[in-house]
Design a protein around this ligand. Structure first.
Ligand code: CAA
Length: 405
């Protein structure tokens, strides 16, 4: 049985900031953000845009653009670390908005940015087990990355959702079922206590933890782990683009059994490898920012839109969730996937966003973090929001999602 991805679509917010504007406002050299972190823009969520809204809109696009009927979905999982309720999952709001069947299993997964990869793995097992009875799984990675104003992490925010249909009739990529590497390690590299809206992070330590997890997943995937030269593309979790550069360097070092710096004879070979296998697929990440659970899959969209792949070529995926959990796995392009490039391409969503000044962005961030109840929500007209499925609430904190406009 061939299991893989039959649909993928992206949704982001209607506003963004330029990181060069943020750098100027913070009296930081713009090159630190654009070259040092590799980021150019950041999607900004204006309330009432929230994780549910992002998830519903990405999922609607995935089903509509790939002609998947809601009636075919038997499993719905939302991977997120920025849900809207301590108890009620994002998934159940999506279930209602999309009119999915009632005999559908639905839930939310959380392990920082690893939540959606965990859900994809569960979906694959559900299909292989036969319990799916040829129905399909809708997996959504949806998040709003939120750090404090003026913090070092501020330029690594973002917002967006990637929705994917997993089935036994893949049209885009198939999943390799033999080779995988896993790693779990309790570390305090990034966390968000229940009372906090903004994430806390020990930034430089988090980079070390990420790279350490990559090394361990590669070791765990041995002895079947393919050589780097056998991989056509290498995709990684992308909290910021430069992190993927660091990850590919670590992957290269593990593959070659060496430790690199810029004076090493092998440095040029590493750069060539990065430019061929990873860098070309990161443009959307550089324009959206960190979308936590969805960042890896946004770079997969970059590969599917911009790459020229042959069936059966090998692509590696590395998913990292702080705290921490990680997995290394392989996928292969399906013959004919190219015919879906225009359905996958998120360029239009990105082009339609409105640029905010830094003072507008700061107002939004302050308002967003002050919202205490659903009743405090901001009128969508404040920021000219037009997309459907924005929430309204009442005194009993009952959220309702509908096409308000
Ligand atoms: N021109 C060019 N480059 C410059 C520069 C300039 N003028 N000034 C600085 N730089 C470079 C630095 O050399 C550095 O590059 P290297 O890492 O290659 O050396 C880069 O810009 C960043 O500079 P700093 O390390 O000084 O930046 P910082 O300390 O202010 O913060 C950060 C960087 C730690 C990533 C911070 O943004 C942060 O904490 N982000 C959130 C945490 C995060 O994303 N961690 C990633 C791993 S954990 C994970 O992946 C899970 C997740 O999604 C959160």
């Amino acid at each position: 049985m061939n299991i893989g991805m039959e649909a993928i679509a992206f949704h982001t917010t209607q506003h963004f900031i330029e990181l060069s504007d943020l750098a100027e406002a913070r009296s930081i050299a713009p090159d630190k953000f654009t070259l040092g972190l590799g980021q150019h823009q950041m999607s900004i969520a204006c309330p009432p845009e929230d994780t549910v809204h992002l998830a519903i809109n990405a999922a609607k696009k995935a089903l509509e653009r790939f002609n998947v009927s809601p009636a075919e979905i038997g499993m719905l999982v939302v991977g997120t670390e920025s849900g809207v309720d301590h108890s009620k999952p994002v998934a159940v709001y999506v279930h209602q908005a999309l009119g999915l069947p009632s005999n559908c299993i639905s839930y939310e997964t959380k392990h920082a940015c690893f939540g959606a990869m965990a859900a994809i793995s569960a979906a694959g097992d559900w299909i292989i087990s036969g319990r799916a009875k040829h129905r399909k799984a809708l997996i959504i990675a949806a998040d709003i990355a939120n750090y404090a104003l003026y913090s070092a992490a501020e330029p690594t925010q973002g917002a967006g959702a990637v929705a994917m249909v997993i089935s036994d009739q893949p049209t885009l990529v198939s999943f390799d079922r033999e080779i995988a590497g896993y790693f779990t390690n309790n570390v305090m590299d990034f966390w968000r206590p229940l009372y906090a809206k903004e994430a806390l992070t020990d930034g430089h330590y988090s980079i070390e933890c990420y790279l350490d997890a990559l090394t361990h997943t590669l070791m765990d995937a041995k002895p079947a782990l393919p050589k780097l030269s056998d991989l056509t593309a290498c995709l990684y979790h992308v909290p910021f683009v430069k992190m993927a550069t660091k990850a590919h360097q670590r992957h290269f070092e593990c593959d070659q059994g060496l430790s690199l710096d810029k004076t090493s004879p092998a440095w040029q070979r590493f750069e060539q490898s990065y430019q061929a296998k990873t860098q070309p697929w990161l443009e959307y990440n550089a324009r959206v920012g960190n979308i936590y659970t969805g960042s890896l899959f946004l770079s997969l969209m970059g590969l599917l839109v911009k790459g020229t792949l042959e069936p059966e070529q090998l692509i590696s995926l590395f998913s990292y969730g702080s705290g921490s959990a990680a997995a290394f796995s392989l996928i292969r392009p399906m013959a004919g996937y190219q015919q879906f490039k225009s359905q996958i391409d998120p360029s239009q969503d990105l082009a339609q966003r409105t640029r905010l000044s830094i003072s507008e962005y700061e107002d939004i961030m302050q308002q967003r973090n002050q919202l205490l109840t659903e009743n405090d929500r901001i009128d969508p007209a404040t920021w000219g929001l037009t997309a459907p499925y924005l929430y309204s609430g009442n005194q009993a904190h009952i959220r309702q999602y509908s096409d308000l406009l």
